[in-house]
Design a protein around this ligand. Sequence first.
Ligand SMILES: CC(C)(COP(=O)(O)OP(=O)(O)OC[C@H]1O[C@@H](n2cnc3c(N)ncnc32)[C@H](O)[C@@H]1OP(=O)(O)O)[C@@H](O)C(=O)NCCC(=O)NCCS
Length: 297
Amino acid sequence: MIEIRPPTDADRAAIAAVGALAFNMEARADQVAFDNRRRLCAYAGEGVVDIAHSSPFGQWLGGKQVPCAGIGAVAVLPEYRGQGLARALMGELLARERHAGVAVSALYPANSELYRQLGYEYAGLHPGFRAPVADVPPARADVSEMAGADLDGVISCFSCFAAAHNGPVQPTDRARWEPDVLAHAGEGTHQRTVVVRGPEGEVAGYASYFLENTGDNGYRVACKHLVALSAPITPGWLKPWPGPRNPVAVPGLGRPPGPWPAVPIKTGALPTGLTGWPKRRAAPGPKPGPTWARPHL
Ligand SMILES: CC(C)(COP(=O)(O)OP(=O)(O)OC[C@H]1O[C@@H](n2cnc3c(N)ncnc32)[C@H](O)[C@@H]1OP(=O)(O)O)[C@@H](O)C(=O)NCCC(=O)NCCS
């Protein structure tokens, strides 16, 4: 018999093991956080066979942040897949969120059918771009490594970008920015966040990136966030990375409000892929059109 319930501290190792197998990653019991996350597991006897959690996020809709459940780590042990367990656990997790007053949720799906059955639909795009570093213009602004005191400036810089769009999400817990949102250990190597300052010393733009081995003694500068509140500072952070062997992956996340700035990259910066910003839609029914800013309280 399968039972769905919140886990206890004693289940940390089992939760880590289910996640590690599902996502092909190293995971330690002490990395399984319970603080500020709503976790549910499905148990076969005492064994954890299915996991999922949600974290408090805000989703930007119409210039305001709406409370949003950020769903993560949905995983089922291989031998228990195909029996409706993920659907059942997610259904229970979303019902609990809704009961707690959180009307929308968002996730990055690895599988669209499962989430469509639960009422999600694609609701936005997070485009990625690649360009050779050598083709990016030199810095036009001073860049410095982010200091601890800059974190609030970085968050407000992102919020300023996000408020101008429908759909971006961000954790409401400030403590999650450095270990989760910005480039962090577990993503490539040499994770760094650099900032560019405005006239008052405020953070006017930032880039958070890590290095990715390409397997041929080269590496890519993989930029996770690139946020600039004015166009001229956009390429400034690239100053330390000259050289034809190091192409750069630049996500399109960081455009300022309004039209795209003219960043004069010489050769074409080609989109590399698109990932969605899905959200839970208002009620079961036909696939909605492009309007998706509708909570379902
Ligand atoms: C994705 C995953 C969580 C699904 O778990 P599951 O318990 O087998 O899923 P369910 O049995 O509840 O499936 C519900 C629906 O999702 C769809 N689905 C499930 N697995 C699927 C797969 N591998 N490919 C395509 N569709 C799939 C099916 O439409 C299914 O509906 P059906 O019963 O009408 O066929 C599980 O395969 C897994 O742990 N994968 C590895 C980790 C992962 O990718 N997690 C998702 C991160 S977003």
